[in-house]
Design a protein around this ligand. Sequence first.
Ligand code: ADP
Ligand code: ASP
Ligand code: MG
Length: 409
Amino acid sequence: MARIVMKFGGTSVGDVDRIKNVAQRVKREVDAGNEVAVVVSAMSGTTNQLVGWTSAISRLHDAREYDVVVASGEQVTVGLLALALQDIGINARSWLGWQIPFRTDGIHGKARIDRIETQEMERRFAQGQVAVVAGFQGIGPDARITTLGRGGSDTSAVALAAALKADRCDIYTDVDGVYTTDPRIVSKARKIERITYEEMLELASQGAKVLQTRSVAMAMQHGVRVQVLSSFVDVPGTLVVDEDEIVEQQVVTGIAYSPDEAKITLVGVPDRPGVAGAIFGSLADAAVNVDMIVQNVSQDGQTTDLTFTVGKADLDRASHVLDKLRNDLAYAELVADSNVCKVSVVGVGMRSQPGIAKTMFQTLAEKSINIQVISTSEIKVSVLIGADYTELAVRALHTAFGLDADADS
Ligand code: ADP
Ligand code: ASP
Ligand code: MG
């Protein structure tokens, strides 16, 4: 007997028939004698619609009320799945985040899970009950509903698997594993059998939304065995593992892209100590994450330009914060550009093989794609380009790094 957390994403619970299909998959694991907790997302499209409504009412909305609205999608699917399970003879009960509870910090809209209290769930496992748990939500220190950031049900599932000391955390989705890049934009993308936590973390944080970044960080930290697989077809998925479990390592394992970033340039920023601290400190205080940063050398010793990227969803908030700083900092102009995309190549093999950045830049140059900002880490190189060039860039890089499904490697 094993203890398993199964997570089903939005497409997998997208309508009543699909929810019935999920119930059959859960039944299979229960019939095999396993203890099962199921984490579900909202039906596909639902969360987008809820987010859209909050923005339509108020662009700088109160994050507490945003959470009340966007957490509601999961309430529908846990109830429906519990009903579907009961209908086929499985003892099942639904749980919202606050009922378990999933205790989080108070950063509404992107809360972190501090602790999950699993005693009641354990007691019910012993009675043969399946727990159907709402992903994406928890309860904050002020007893209000919190959400974990878009795609957060993956993190709910991995955190629950860690708290329950589950043997496996199976993430069922609408693709049959993790691919070398998004199979929806590159038909030659190849399924990866095993990927390291570190590479998966980097791919996720650079935009491969197949797993939420925090879920991978948490799996790595707690040694949770994560598998990504299809809700619809019975084929082996992708295992996320330690580096020593990988036999043959590629130099570049995958390519990610993120259309969710926006570029801000502050023109004519005074070139003196403390300015960057004031700018990025204020953004951090407003819970705006900054990703890529470039500061130009000052030509006149007086002022310089500072360019950085923030999440598109945070652009209004960031502009608002920076507007308020304008009197203190006396910068000349704020230029915002949402029509950008970040493309990243990732692989642990980069640590020992030079020349990846060179190949990347040359490949983009051959396609006449202009690079606006660059950032690197030990295992990735990222570039910011015009959004219109995204698919062209990803396809060209996929071929250049020998990742195409028909390439010999
Ligand atoms: P779910 O609703 O099941 O959580 P998501 O839409 O969040 O599903 O994530 C699955 C999607 O991730 C796929 O449909 C695919 O388009 C996208 N994706 C992006 N990069 C990758 C990749 N490298 N491998 C697999 N899927 C990817
Ligand atoms: N429903 C939430 C979202 O769309 C959480 C998730 O799907 O993981 O972001
Ligand atoms: Mg997802």
